[in-house]
Design a protein around this ligand. Structure first.
Ligand code: ZN
Ligand code: ZN
Length: 171
């Protein structure tokens, strides 16, 4: 039962923090700029383990710019399945890709203090952090199993992200 409630909580946090927060709002700049949503989305993202949001956005923008080429940080073909699944890319993020984020005070706060704030969360809510780590790994690998791919079951790990091919094609 605890596992089920943690999973439901994870789906809510991931929807707000990752799908509509980091991914749509921050990385793709969708939606109206709202300070309350910036705090909420970055807090939810932290609760599923994303403690360096500017790095997350930079890596994602790099991914779209170079998807399925050797420069793609999320390409299972070029980076290796496990490196992508475990988010082990340690490359350099060009400053020009995250200029908007480094000017934003909410982003700066989480990027700077996330590495400390994550520890009480790991202790108090280890399952949402674990599910977040797995969810991002599943999306980045299965979402690019053969170029950008759509798989309905990705939604079970990364809510509302199963249409990853359509997302790349801008549908
Ligand atoms: Zn994207
Ligand atoms: Zn992709």
């Amino acid at each position: 039962m605890f596992l089920l409630w943690s999973y439901i909580l994870y789906l809510i946090l991931a929807t707000i923090g990752a799908t509509y927060g980091l991914h749509r709002y921050w990385a793709h700049r969708k939606g109206e700029r709202r300070v309350w949503f910036e705090w909420l989305s970055l807090t939810c993202a932290l609760l599923i383990g994303v403690y360096r949001p500017i790095a997350w956005v930079g890596i994602h923008r790099l991914h779209h710019r170079h998807s399925d080429t050797p420069k793609d940080p999320h390409s299972p073909t070029y980076q290796g399945f496990w490196n992508v699944f475990l988010s082990r890319w340690k490359g350099h993020i060009p400053y020009r890709l995250v200029r908007d984020c480094v000017k934003n005070n909410r982003m700066k706060f989480f990027q700077r203090y996330g590495k400390y704030l994550i520890w009480p969360i790991v202790i108090l809510s280890p399952l949402t952090v674990l599910f977040g780590y797995i969810g991002i790994g599943v999306l980045n690998t299965a979402g690019h199993s053969d170029g950008p791919s759509n798989h309905w079951w990705i939604n079970l790990f990364a809510p509302f992200e199963g249409n990853h091919k359509d997302h790349h094609e801008g549908l």
